[in-house]
Design a binder for this molecule. Sequence first.
Ligand SMILES: [Zn+2]
Length: 289
Amino acid sequence: MPRHAAIAARLTVPGHAAFAARLAALVLLLGIWPLGDLPAEETTSWRSRTIDAAAGSPSPAPGSPDGPGAGQEGAPKGGGAKPGKPPAPRPKIGPHGTRRLTGVSAVALTFDDGPHPTWTPKILEQLRTQQVKATFCLVGTRVRKNPELVAQIVREGHTLCNHSWAHDLRLGKKPEAQIRADLDQTNREIRRAVPGVRIPFYRQPGGEWTPSVVHVAKALGMVPLHWDVDPRDWDKPGAPLITKRISTTTRSGSIVLLHDGGGDRSATLAACPAVIGELKRRYGVTLLK
Ligand SMILES: [Zn+2]
């Protein structure tokens, strides 16, 4: 029996077998356990977290998490691997052939969902202090509001990644023409901030890749960029746990997902000195190109 149906059956008391069977059948029929297997905060905010492209204004969820989606892989739950126990083997390629590793022994840092007027400058300062470069996955509507931050990111030697116009988690399921228009609009907005700048990567919001969105990104000359390590910093676990999750799950060549936008990033910022210091010592930090 599929897991969800089994759970439905277990949740009902003996003696109500007929009801349990009906509930299980209903779950099977719907094809879902209500709201999937996601924690409540993720589901409420992810599902509502697109931005009205027409109005160009964010949905009213300023403190909501961003980024990693239901399809994420390799995300540590509860702090990662236990000491002495080797982590389960992880794939070298992301969903639908997307990039998951740097291709060298050094690891790479990526920051999603900015630019943000409060947090992006502080993250940039951390990177400057530690003398490392990162990739910033930019949301078009936020580029429109903060073009000077895009210019600063580029001026300081970091790499850009298109992260869609309005962080639409379902973008990959739309017709290819619509996907192309979204990615094009985002690239145009980025280049309005920094004329002619290279945008070598595209990252699908929530990691909700589809063959269509991978195809369009490639057709527009962008490498579809997934990640290997997701400390779930958007869930505000606190700096020590972010640091621990990265420390226990990063391997040689990992691409690490972090966030400079999409809400209060104080924990991510506070984790940066220890995280970046450790990654530099253990692997080296490289810039994706
Ligand atoms: Zn995101």
